[in-house]
Design a protein around this ligand. Structure first.
Ligand SMILES: Cc1cc2nc3c(=O)[nH]c(=O)nc-3n(C[C@H](O)[C@H](O)[C@H](O)COP(=O)(O)OP(=O)(O)OC[C@H]3O[C@@H](n4cnc5c(N)ncnc54)[C@H](O)[C@@H]3O)c2cc1C
Length: 436
């Protein structure tokens, strides 16, 4: 312990919190992590046979260099596999492959000139490096103009609506640019099939290695313990749980901003306005364990407004069923607004809504194929990037002394993801070390 060692409380044991805790402890501070659920946060897993599976589908892009470097450092680099993946699109009752220019040219749900236009616009976006020029325009406005109404509504507009629901016309074009840019940077060779990253043994391998590294560096790890309030005291912060209270010199919260604002009283109004500049979409994700495969595609975007879920991710078309005792694992994903009625439905009610639609994807599908099912809900799943967000983003250092915040709303211009949670954890730890 150094002479200036502080006691630091990290709230939240997702990838941002764990990475920051590790760096702060390595610098000689006395760190405790409080996590209300399981370590790993949104990338947490559940046991499945003799392995584990993510509650929310996860993969890495080749451009996700921060998490790759961390995996190497933690000695689990050899567990990261790069596996071929594919994307398809379900529209007008058809399943259409969509893995590049050739597939786009065959996309017969729009006329050939519209296909060419979508191709040209996408190719043009791929070479745009300056995201700042998209800050003042929504993706909806920009893409409608660039593609024309018909092509937009049948393709990227349908996907925007599927992902963002009633927020579809508020999302900044910077978000869309980021998606195209990431995909471009991630493909080392555009002519080869895209490869995505996955950990042999699931993303739990990363959480376990991070937790172990934290313990080795002296961090006190408390999972299944939720924080109920954070109160400023003369010498720092009082961290309260249902069963007690502990005083620390400094707090780093990595919870969503909505939770952070419930935990901390007295945040200045202008900082709260920054926190509220951005809304979150929630996600409801169903995981099915099946005796048979539903489709032969890994990632399927659904652009059919009559379907109650908007993406089908057949994980075992990516990391094969032989890794799961021959079972097939399929996620049905739906992003929803905070007041969406699905948040009020029970698991059975959600399944009753979903089941008839699976037959549209595979006419042989039968409910008897399902051997297990889980439904996971996350309220702060996807930040909705507003216009001019670079001027609204809340600083990691809050205006209250010795109180820091690092969450997915501060990842910009990129979209949230495990790679950026690791980068954020590194960045906030560096700033705490330099400025506290
Ligand atoms: C459906 C879905 C699919 C995704 N797919 C991918 C993907 O393919 N690839 C990828 O890289 N990323 C993906 N992500 C995103 C990625 O998982 C997240 O961006 C990343 O894990 C966020 O890490 P974090 O530490 O910032 O936040 P979180 O993981 O949200 O961690 C915050 C932690 O704070 C804890 N917490 C909250 N309140 C309290 C409290 N009161 N007391 C104590 N603890 C508290 C929470 O339990 C949580 O563990 C996906 C996310 C979702 C929802």
């Amino acid at each position: 312990m150094t002479a200036t060692a502080k006691t630091i409380g990290v709230i939240g044991g997702g990838y941002a919190g764990l990475t920051a805790a590790l760096r702060l402890a390595q610098a000689g501070h006395n760190v405790t992590v409080w996590e209300r659920g399981a370590f790993g946060g949104q990338a947490a897993t559940i046991p499945l046979g003799d392995t584990r599976i993510e509650i929310f589908y996860h993969h890495l892009f080749q451009s996700d260099t921060h998490i790759q470097a961390l995996a190497e450092e933690l000695g689990i680099g050899d567990k990261l596999m790069w596996l071929p993946s594919d994307v398809s699109y379900f529209a007008d009752g058809k399943l259409l492959p969509l893995n590049g220019a050739v597939d786009l040219l065959k996309l017969d749900i729009i006329p050939i000139w519209d296909r060419l236009r979508v191709g040209m616009v996408t190719a043009w976006l791929q070479i745009q490096k300056d995201w700042m020029k998209y800050e003042g325009v929504t993706a909806h406005e920009w893409l409608t103009k660039a593609l024309g109404k018909n092509a937009y509504e049948k393709t990227l507009g349908a996907q925007l609506k599927a992902k963002f629901g009633s927020y579809y016309d508020r999302v900044s074009m910077v978000w869309f640019w980021g998606k195209i840019w990431l995909r471009t940077k991630s493909r080392r060779n555009p002519l080869e099939q895209e490869k995505l990253g996955y950990f042999n043994g699931s993303f739990q391998v990363v959480a376990d290695a991070l937790v172990q590294a934290c313990r080795d560096a002296g961090v006190t790890m408390k999972d299944q313990v939720g924080i109920t309030s954070l109160d400023q005291i003369d010498s720092g912060w009082a961290v309260s749980t249902d069963t007690g209270c502990e005083n620390v010199d400094l707090v780093l919260a990595t919870t969503p901003s909505t939770i952070f604002q419930r935990l901390v009283k007295g945040l200045p109004e202008d900082y709260q306005a920054r926190l509220n500049a951005l809304d979150y979409e929630g996600a409801i994700v169903t995981l099915l364990e099946l005796d048979h495969s539903i489709t032969d595609t890994y990632w399927m975007n659904i652009a059919d407004p009559t379907m109650p879920f908007t993406a089908v991710i057949e994980h075992t078309n990516f990391f094969g069923p032989e890794n799961y005792g021959g079972k097939h694992l399929v996620y049905l994903s739906k992003y929803v607004e905070q007041d969406h009625p699905y948040f009020g439905l029970s698991d059975d009610e959600i399944m009753t809504e979903y089941l008839p639609h699976l037959k549209k994807l595979n006419s042989s599908f039968s409910e008897e194929w399902i051997s297990k099912r889980w439904i996971f809900r996350e309220r702060a799943a996807q930040p909705i990037t507003p216009l001019h967000y670079s001027q609204k983003i809340p600083d990691l250092k809050t205006p209250l002394d010795n109180l820091w915040l690092a969450n997915t709303t501060q990842i910009y211009p990129e979209d949230r993801g495990t790679n950026y949670a690791v980068r954020l954890g590194e960045e906030v730890a560096k700033r705490i070390l330099a400025e506290s």
